[in-house]
Design a protein. Structure first.
Length: 232
C-alpha cells in the first residue's frame, strides 16, 4: 500500500496542521533552556540541534514506535500494539518530554474521536483508559493513519516534518529568528527528515533507544528554569 488517496492526504494534512488542537505550540522539547544557555543561538545551531534530535533523540525513538504502531494496526495485532504503547510510555528521557508526548497524544486521540470517529479507534481508547495509560503522540498518529489507509512512509515523513517544524517554530520565537531563517532551517532539515524515515523503515523495529544526552539534560534543567514560556 504505497499510494495515498485524496481522503488520506486530506486527513494527514489536517491532522498534522499547526491548527489541529494538540497544543504543540506550548512545547519546546528543552529548546528553551538551550537558547537560554546559548547552545542554540542562530539558524545554523538550531538546524544542528533539531537534526540531532531527529537522528539520535526522540525523533529516532518516535519513528521506530510510529512504524511499529502502524504495522500493528495493519496486522490487527492487539498484543503488539499494547507493546508499542508500553514502550512509548516509558522511553522518555525526562518528565517534561513524557508530558509533551502524552498530552499531545491524548488531545489528538480525543479530537479524532469527536471529528473522525472510528470504532477501532474508540476501542483502542477504551483499552488505554482501562490500562491507565496515555497514548504517545506519535503512536496515536500512526494508529489513525493506519486505520485511514495512509501509507507508512508518507505518514511517517509527515509526522517527523511536523515535529521538526514545531521545534523550528519555537526556535524562531526564542532565539529570536526571522521567518525566512525559519524556512531556511526547515529546508536544511529536509535531508535529515528523509534520512530519519529511511533509517526507521530499514532497521529492526525493536531497535529502540536514543543518544541525545545534551537534549535530555537541557530538558531536565528546563523543569526549574526561572523564566520560561514553554511547558517543555
Amino acid at each position: 500500500m504505497d499510494t495515498i488517496t485524496d481522503q488520506g492526504l486530506y486527513r494527514l494534512m489536517t491532522w498534522l496542521s499547526p491548527t489541529f488542537p494538540v497544543g504543540a505550540f506550548a512545547y519546546s522539547h528543552g529548546l528553551e533552556y538551550a537558547v537560554e544557555t546559548e547552545a542554540v543561538k542562530d539558524a545554523a545551531s538550531l538546524t544542528d540541534w533539531v537534526g540531532g534530535i531527529l537522528s539520535f533523540g526522540a525523533g529516532r525513538v518516535d519513528a521506530s514506535l510510529f512504524r511499529a504502531g502502524w504495522e500493528a494496526i495493519q496486522a490487527d495485532d492487539d498484543e503488539r500494539l499494547a507493546w508499542v504503547v508500553e514502550r512509548a510510555d516509558v522511553l522518555r528521557g525526562t518528565a517534561e518530554m513524557a508530558l509533551e508526548s502524552s498530552a499531545q497524544g491524548r488531545a489528538f486521540l480525543e479530537t479524532l474521536l469527536r471529528a473522525w470517529p472510528h470504532p477501532r479507534l474508540a476501542r483502542w481508547y477504551d483499552d488505554l483508559v482501562f490500562q491507565g495509560r496515555e497514548p504517545a503522540y506519535g503512536v496515536a498518529v500512526a494508529v489513525a493513519c493506519a486505520l485511514t489507509g495512509v501509507p507508512l512512509r508518507a505518514a511517517l515523513l509527515a509526522y517527523l516534518n511536523a515535529f521538526a517544524a514545531n521545534l523550528v517554530s519555537a526556535g524562531v520565537r526564542l532565539v529570536p529568528l526571522g521567518q525566512t531563517d525559519g524556512q531556511r532551517t526547515l529546508a536544511a532539515l529536509e535531508a535529515d527528515i528523509s534520512a530519519a524515515v529511511d533509517a526507521a523503515l530499514g532497521r529492526d523495529p525493536d531497535d529502540l533507544g536514543s543518544a541525545a544526552l545534551t537534549v535530555d539534560w537541557m530538558s531536565i534543567q528546563h523543569e526549574t528554569q526561572y523564566t520560561r514560556l514553554f511547558r517543555s
